[in-house]
Design a protein around this ligand. Structure first.
Ligand code: FE2
Length: 171
């Protein structure tokens, strides 16, 4: 993070996404879902590793974050980072995977505050919905993320709304 001169607010966001992703991973693993927790932690912490640079360059930070990490030898972490904005697939069946946990956790953190899906997606629409093509893509992503939420929470003993309270109770 220091080497990439990440903005402090993006560092704070990354730490909060990591807390949410780890909490979800632990709860999923308690429910019998096999996950690589270290992969979840690393990818959640590093998901926006090239975001600060992208504000100047306009690069696709999910793609360049992945290649940056792959070049350092962390290909699997990069694969999860690459999918943090949009997953390769939203039609998976079977156990939830690390990329799904990190992607969803990022959609539950607005700046550094745990929020519900709708306000976070509304923020994404406000900030990135600059053309009708973008708006269409964001709407599709919103629906797909709602389905992802249902898929993850099918395994969990608390609801999406209860997530923040469940994390407080646990800490
Ligand atoms: Fe990001």
């Amino acid at each position: 993070m220091a080497a990439m001169q990440m903005r402090p607010n993006i560092v704070d966001h990354s730490h909060q996404v990591c807390r949410v992703a780890e909490f979800l991973a632990d709860a999923l693993m308690d429910a019998g879902v096999p996950l690589d927790r270290r992969l979840v932690t690393a990818a959640a912490l590093l998901h926006d590793i090239t975001k600060t640079r992208s504000l100047d360059t306009g690069e696709n930070h999910a793609a360049t974050g992945a290649s940056y990490l792959a070049d350092l030898g962390y290909r699997r972490v990069g694969e999860v980072v690459r999918q943090h904005v949009a997953l390769d697939r939203y039609d998976r069946i079977g156990y939830p995977q690390e990329a799904e946990v990190v992607n969803y956790a990022d959609k539950r953190v607005l700046h550094d505050v745990i929020t519900e899906l709708d306000p976070r997606m509304a923020y994404i629409r406000e900030r990135y919905g600059t053309t009708s093509a973008h708006l269409e893509r964001i709407a599709a992503l919103w629906q797909a993320t709602k389905a992802l939420e249902r898929r993850l929470f099918a395994h969990l003993p608390f609801t999406p709304r209860e997530l923040a309270d469940a994390m407080t109770a646990d800490s």
